[in-house]
Write a protein of this length. Structure first.
Length: 439
């Protein structure tokens, strides 16, 4: 893409300011089934997104083609889009932050691992899973995915920023059967350092987890202390934090409206916006070019700030928080790289005083079973009973119900696991005082 040509043409055609984003992606996808290659795909793509202000209105354009006509097409689309825009968002092309904390976690070595080595590892994993336990009935899938993204942002204020990321993940789903009792388990391992993956460790975890599920049944219907594992904590926290979006506050659909600097969670809950954490999701600027920083969102249960893009921050008279997300036709608010401050206790200490409770490591139907306006939820779940401070028999076909606000207010303790999730959240187990479990 001829960047200079785009900005020269934008100025010539009367755009007051413009921005250009070029994102190049490379993807490797492979999977095996029954000792045969099921899928093998190497692909690359480019997405070019442009914005510009024309007669005071913001216009958008997007192209997946990069040739000598692309700049002309983008500018024409921006003008047309701006001409019909009825958006109430403010039209802002950012001049830049005073300081950016640029750092790269791109792992060059990942691309040097041959596709044949990765494919052979899938066959070995599938074979090991089938032999992992007599009750393993089927290996539904074994796959490998590798993602590489090169993101560049330019604007007419001479701002130029870039971020390059890569990571891989192995995934599998297995089925175990004992008589009429059939259970499945899906597992993912991800990183951007290939040396950190242990096929033996992955297989052992998958087999152990699925076998533990056998023999499960519903528990008695009543209120129990509930512990969510780190992955489920991340899912619930993500749903909860959508209420901190300034867009939802503007639309009066947020449960946190008028709650700034007020308690919205237990004093045990501290949540950080943590984009500068040293991991593979490190990101030092948002999609509008605003510098990202690590900062508390909820401190000891008290809401410290909303998530802002440039438009919402300007309207509310506050500094932008670096959460602008370019969706190709609008700048919305993106919430990623969240860290729940870990507690001091390990999992065994977290549950040691629970006489009878439920440990939940699976939730289903979060999108359909959660009312975003009220915060009420009713979700299918599975896990294990907790009896006399220890994990006991598996439970399934249960429903956990409550309200997100009340649930986070009732958090009694946070574990110390500090696990990075594929969603970019860093979370631990949480102990909730009481939730309704229906068997």
């Amino acid at each position: 893409m001829n960047v200079k040509k785009f900005f020269a043409l934008a100025q010539e055609k009367g755009l007051e300011a413009a921005e250009l984003v070029i994102q190049a992606n490379k993807t490797t996808e492979m999977s095996v089934y029954d000792a045969s290659v099921e899928r093998y795909n190497l692909s690359s793509s480019i997405k070019i997104m442009a914005r510009g202000i024309y007669k005071g209105k913001m216009g958008f354009a997007m192209s997946e083609k990069d040739d000598k006509t692309t700049a002309q097409y983008l500018v024409a689309q921006i003008k047309m889009s701006a001409g019909v825009s009825e958006s109430e968002d403010l039209s802002i092309i950012f001049e830049g932050s005073p300081r950016y904390r640029k750092k790269s976690f791109f792992n060059k070595k990942l691309a040097t691992i041959s596709e044949s080595e990765k494919l052979e590892s899938l066959f070995a994993i599938e074979k090991a899973l089938k032999a992992g336990h007599p009750l393993i009935n089927a290996v539904s899938m074994v796959g490998y995915s590798e993602q590489e993204s090169d993101y560049k942002l330019y604007n007419s204020h001479s701002l130029k920023l870039g971020n390059k990321q890569n990571y891989y993940y192995y995934y599998t789903q297995v089925v175990a059967k004992d008589g009429d009792d059939v259970k499945s388990n899906f597992e993912v391992f991800f990183d951007n350092d290939y040396a950190k993956f242990s096929a033996d460790g992955f297989v052992n975890k998958v087999v152990d987890d699925v076998i533990k599920k056998l023999g499960g049944s519903p528990c008695a219907t009543k209120d129990y202390p509930v512990v969510f594992n780190p992955k489920m904590t991340a899912s619930l926290l993500a749903a909860y934090l959508t209420n901190a979006s300034a867009e939802r506050v503007e639309k009066k659909t947020s449960l946190f409206a008028n709650k700034l600097n007020e308690r919205i969670a237990s004093s045990k809950v501290t949540v950080f916006d943590a984009p500068l954490t040293n991991n593979l999701f490190y990101r030092y600027f948002d999609d509008e070019g605003v510098a990202k920083t690590n900062k508390p969102i909820i401190k000891n249960g008290v809401l410290q700030t909303f998530f802002h893009n440039l438009s919402t921050a300007t309207k509310m008279g506050v500094a932008p928080t670096g959460h602008g997300r370019n969706t190709g036709g609008k700048i919305s608010i993106g919430i990623t790289n969240i860290a729940l401050k870990p507690g001091r206790n390990d999992f065994n200490t977290l549950i040691k005083d629970i006489k009878e409770g439920v440990f939940i490591n699976e939730l289903m139907g979060l999108h359909s079973g959660l009312n975003a306006i009220s915060g009420d939820f009713s979700l299918q779940a599975a896990g294990f009973m907790i009896r006399d401070g220890k994990l006991a028999e598996p439970v399934n076909l249960i429903t956990v119900a409550g309200n997100l606000v009340k649930m986070f207010m009732d958090v009694k303790a946070v574990g110390n696991e500090n696990e990075l999730q594929l969603s970019s959240y860093i979370t631990s187990s949480i102990l909730v005082k009481s939730l309704k479990i229906a068997g």
